[in-house]
Design a protein around this ligand. Structure first.
Ligand code: ATP
Ligand code: MG
Length: 796
């Protein structure tokens, strides 16, 4: 019986210990946020390895985001001093990519297949639509993209999609054409990665059984957010299906929290949990009920909030940590003020309270909200890092450079061809390209190959582009990745193009950065002779650190990313070939998530959407933009299921915080080009009053977040000031605490307000019609009221 008193097991509570040291067999851990699910999963891997029950090659661990995979790998390397190279750990997409690379022939893909990201996919669809004269209004590319993805996520190829009406028939026809085009060009989109590797396993029993025997342990984090196809994929890896049951020698550990299911809109199914219990006849179910992450007030807020949902499996969470500080709620007049307040709070947190910047997270519901926050942080000189915004590899100049590189690898890649055939300009116009596309369509070949079919001057220009690439390919053969990129940037004319552009400086720097990224990537992925067998500590933190100090220019790319999110097959199982550094780098670029505005390794505040924050934790968390229509999102307001999903999202956001939680909202906000006045989010009302504290703004009037106060906007700022006045008062009005208003109201006296009840006057400002009092109402927090308008009566 394997040891139970190893140092790596210390500190686990009895339920966690039981889960970590479970005997063979499937298990489900269903438990709330911060209860140690990920810790159990990671520690179990460490325990299996340490006790010799498994080797790294016998383990597959799936996480939801690259960042989470990275987090897990970091935790694991802290526990175990051995090389984890053979272990398959990553996201579903990353692991599927790895499988397809290793068996590309069986999967019907070229060895150099490229991955289409969402943008590439859209342009591929647009091209297709054009080629087949499809009505653009009736079939917008985005919607087609969603349609194709949802078919794939249901495991449906065009022939399997039920189509009864002409509209559906057309869409299915387009789906088929899209698939043909992708196949011809040797590209796969994200959903295809999954479906293709699912089919690979399904249709090749020998291969499937090989992996079933190899992966004795399958571990899945954030199981509540797996979709149907991901679950089917797992089942194939876990064992053979017999009479509705999965039979095999592997042990699946699924870990999740139904209250944190936030991807239903993308097809995730909480129902997978019930299916898992039944189909795997799961013998072990474990609950974890103690939260180790958050202070009591934060946890109480999370618990109270999620109680408002009806569709729950029901769990309890308690903490031993004590109540801690109250959750702070702040109301700002505008989104700009919100950002300004936030910057001041962050400065106070880091300067006065000793918080590290990387332990502070700003969470928002929609990506668009980050811009204002970013510019404020930037102006204040606070380093920050945005996850999931415009990522490095999505920037136009980087995509151009990558397109050239992709064409070197795979000349059939029409998306890349079209991206750069006339960039920098080579006098190849839209007309010529149309002709080219027609020729290619008729001949059933790639655009590159079709360049020989076009006549006249246009044909000559196209062929010289073809020749340019051939020459490039020859020039870089056998060269290092850095040299290859340097050559391509020069020979393609990209560098000269941006050099000539007055505003091209930043883009040039980004292109330089691409070379640095490539170099670090090569270093870390161990493509050189000497890098293969480094012990883990040197490869992980060590090599990343070394790369940084040795190459001062290596900035702006998260160096730990490629190492930690291992996507690369060691060798191709069928042919014995290894992926070339360029191929590997292109894969990395297509799957890379996470971009650093701050320099790599620099202590920076973290910005991300709530979706992206799942599984992570921070000492201090700000959730901004808590307004009706924004969070909960307007699309969800009319539908109960949608609203419950928004509430789970809020639950995820709240439970990221360890010690401090700030919630803020603004009375008015510029978003999508217009100013809107939104009510405070209903989620604020769902928090227990004893756990929260309403902050008075710094120098601004402050309202309660309750809805009554918000109604002031619709009635024309009844007894509150208008925005302009408040701005003025903050800047100009001298604070005269001693003054007393004609009505007899003075600092310190107790007053009554019809809506807010009794409160104590904290201060009075201004005189005559301009006079206003700051009153602290026990149930509504402190508010500034215009004495000329607000009906206040003195109680004592
Ligand atoms: P989420 O649902 O948000 O993904 P989780 O259930 O995966 O949360 P973890 O991230 O594993 O929770 O753990 C939350 C925090 O609590 C981590 O910092 C972890 O190290 C800590 N923790 C977990 N178990 C214990 C324990 N027994 N003693 C002390 N700290 C613990
Ligand atoms: Mg977790």
């Amino acid at each position: 019986r394997p040891a139970h008193d190893l140092p790596l097991l210390h500190g686990l509570n009895p339920e966690q210990l039981a889960a970590v040291t479970l005997p063979q067999g499937h298990a489900l851990i269903l438990a709330g946020a911060g209860s140690g699910k990920t810790r159990v999963l990671t520690t179990r891997i460490a325990w299996l390895l340490h006790t010799g029950q498994a080797s790294p090659g016998g383990i597959m661990a799936v996480t939801f985001t690259n960042k989470a995979a990275k987090e897990m790998q970091t935790r694991l390397s802290a526990l175990l001093p051995i090389s984890l190279r053979g272990m398959w750990m990553g996201t579903f997409h990353g692991l599927c990519n790895r499988l397809l690379r290793a068996h590309h022939q069986a999967a019907g893909l070229p060895a150099t297949f490229q991955i289409l990201d969402t943008q590439d996919q859209l342009s591929a669809i647009k091209r297709l639509r054009k080629a087949f004269n499809v009505d653009a209004e009736r079939y917008p590319p985005k919607q087609l993209g969603w349609f194709f993805a949802s078919c794939k996520e249901d495991g449906l190829r065009p022939k399997d999609v039920p189509a009864h009406d002409p509209d559906m028939l057309k869409k299915v026809e387009l789906y088929q054409l899209y698939e043909d085009q992708c196949q011809r060009e040797g590209v796969v989109d994200f959903a295809e990665l999954l479906l293709r590797s699912y089919e690979l396993l399904r249709d090749h029993p020998a291969l499937r059984q090989h992996y079933q025997q190899r992966f004795r342990y399958l571990l899945v984090d954030e199981f509540q957010d797996t979709n149907k196809l991901q679950y089917q994929w797992l089942k194939l890896l876990a064992g053979e299906q017999e009479g509705g049951r999965i039979v095999g020698s592997s042990s699946v550990l699924a870990v999740g929290d139904d209250d944190q299911s936030i991807y239903a809109f993308r097809g995730a199914r909480v129902g997978n949990m019930q299916d898992f219990l039944r189909e795997f006849a799961v013998p072990h179910q474990i609950k974890l009920e103690r939260n180790y992450r958050s202070h009591g007030n934060i946890l109480d807020c999370a618990n109270a909030l999620i109680e408002h949902n009806s569709q729950r499996l029901g769990k309890n969470l308690t903490t031993d940590q004590g109540a801690g500080e109250p959750v702070r709620i702040h109301e700002a007049p505008t989104d700009l003020d919100e950002a300004r307040w936030l910057v001041e709070e962050i400065q106070a947190l880091t300067r006065n309270d000793g918080f590290a910047r990387q332990e502070i997270a700003l969470l928002y519901r929609s990506n668009a909200q980050s811009r204002v926050l970013e510019s404020r942080l930037f102006n204040a000189g606070i380093p920050y890092r945005v996850y999931g915004g415009l990522r490095f590899f999505e920037r136009a100049e980087i995509k151009h450079a990558l397109a050239y590189l992709r064409l070197l690898e795979n000349p059939q890649d029409d998306t890349s061809f079209l991206r750069v055939v006339n960039f920098p300009t080579r006098g190849i116009g839209a007309r010529s390209l149309e002709t080219l596309q027609q020729e290619a369509g008729q001949a059933g070949c790639s655009l590159m190959d079709a360049t020989t079919l076009v006549s006249g001057a246009a044909g000559a220009k196209l062929r010289s582009f073809h020749a340019l690439l051939d020459v490039m390919r020859e020039a870089v053969a056998g060269q290092s990745l850095r040299h290859t990129i340097a050559h391509v940037l020069h020979a393609s004319g990209l560098q000269d193009h941006y050099r000539a552009d007055k505003e091209g400086q930043e883009r040039l720097e980004n292109l330089d950065e691409l070379m640095n990224a490539a170099e670090s990537f090569v270093l870390q992925e161990g493509f050189g002779k000497d890098a293969v067998a480094l012990p883990l500590d040197e490869t992980a933190a060590g090599a990343a650190g070394a790369a940084l100090t040795q190459s001062p220019a290596s900035q702006g790319i998260d160096l730990t990313q490629p190492l930690l999110n291992r996507l690369l097959p060691d060798t191709n199982a069928e042919t014995g070939e290894t992926l070339s550094p360029l191929q590997a780098f292109l894969v990395h670029a297509a799957l890379e998530a996470g971009d650093n505005q701050a320099q790599a390794g620099q202590d920076a505040v973290q910005l991300m959407t709530v979706h992206a924050s799942k599984g992570l934790e921070f000492d201090a968390v700000f959730i901004v933009g808590l307004e009706e229509g924004l969070f909960p999102h307007e699309n969800a307001l009319s539908d109960k299921g949608g609203l419950e999903e928004e509430r789970r999202l809020m639950y995820v956001a709240i439970t990221r915080a360890r010690q401090r939680l700030y919630l803020s909202h603004a009375q008015s906000r510029m978003l999508h080009g217009r100013t809107s006045f939104n009510l405070p989010s209903r989620f604020l009302d769902e928090l227990p009053a004893p756990c929260v504290k309403i902050l008075g703004a710094r120098g601004f009037a402050s309202f309660s977040p309750k809805k009554e106060a918000a109604s002031a906007y619709s009635t024309g700022f009844s007894d509150t000031f208008n925005l302009e006045n408040r701005m003025k008062s903050a800047e100009a009005a001298p604070v005269s605490n001693k003054s007393q208003h004609a009505s007899g109201i003075a600092k310190g006296c107790k007053v009554f307000h019809a809506k807010f009840g009794e409160g104590r006057v904290l201060s009075i400002e201004g005189t005559g019609d301009d006079a206003r009092a700051q009153v602290d109402f026990p149930r509504h927090g402190s508010k500034w009221l215009a004495l000329g308008i607000a009906k206040l009566t003195v109680v004592e």
